[in-house]
Design a protein. Structure first.
Length: 184
């Protein structure tokens, strides 16, 4: 009888831990722009920059050019940029995924993955953005091209609104890379 009690208690504790919101960034997944499910465990050990994008925004040209330069500077081994199209701000991403993919790949040739169009706020918010916003005590995008920077452990360390310059992003990434080298 005592064994049954302890076994039941153990199962209750394990169940509570499993459902207690111990979700990590690396346990998440999302569909890429072609509809293929991508598990984020593939980004484990990398610095990650998550950005909500829109192809008809006044910030589009500048951001895609800068994001490509950022990716090329740090390389795929150190940095993963994850771009999520979103139509919530000014209806500036109205196209379907296939149209977005064709246009963006032709015009900007992104050096980073594009994901399926999502909602970053509201009731139908993607699970990725729910995680990011919860990890920053409610810092959420108010416009296109807001960015979340995650360290190599998958922890959100900084939020950049659309007005932040890429110089600040470079400085933050350099700081994370320097911290890692210092720890070795």
């Amino acid at each position: 009888m005592e064994q049954v009690f302890f076994l039941s208690l153990f199962c209750l504790i394990c169940g509570a831990l499993a459902s207690s919101g111990t979700e990590t960034f690396y346990s998440l997944s999302a569909k890429d722009i072609t509809g293929k499910m991508i598990g984020f465990e593939r980004y484990s050990g990398k610095i990650v920059l998550v950005v909500n994008v829109a192809s008809e925004c006044g910030y589009t040209d500048y951001n895609y050019i800068q994001l490509n330069q950022l990716q090329l500077r740090y390389g795929e081994e150190s940095l993963a940029i994850l771009a999520f199209p979103c139509n919530q701000f000014g209806a500036q991403e109205p196209a379907k995924d296939s149209e977005i993919n064709s246009m963006i790949r032709y015009k900007y040739k992104p050096q980073f993955p594009l994901f399926s169009k999502v909602n970053v706020t509201g009731e139908s918010q993607s699970e990725v953005y729910r995680f990011l916003i919860n990890s920053t005590n409610g810092l959420e995008p108010k416009w296109n091209f807001c960015k979340y920077l995650l360290d190599r452990d998958g922890l959100v360390v900084q939020f950049f609104d659309q007005g932040k310059t890429f110089d600040k992003i470079y400085d933050s990434i350099d700081g994370l890379l320097y911290r890692k080298r210092r720890e070795l």
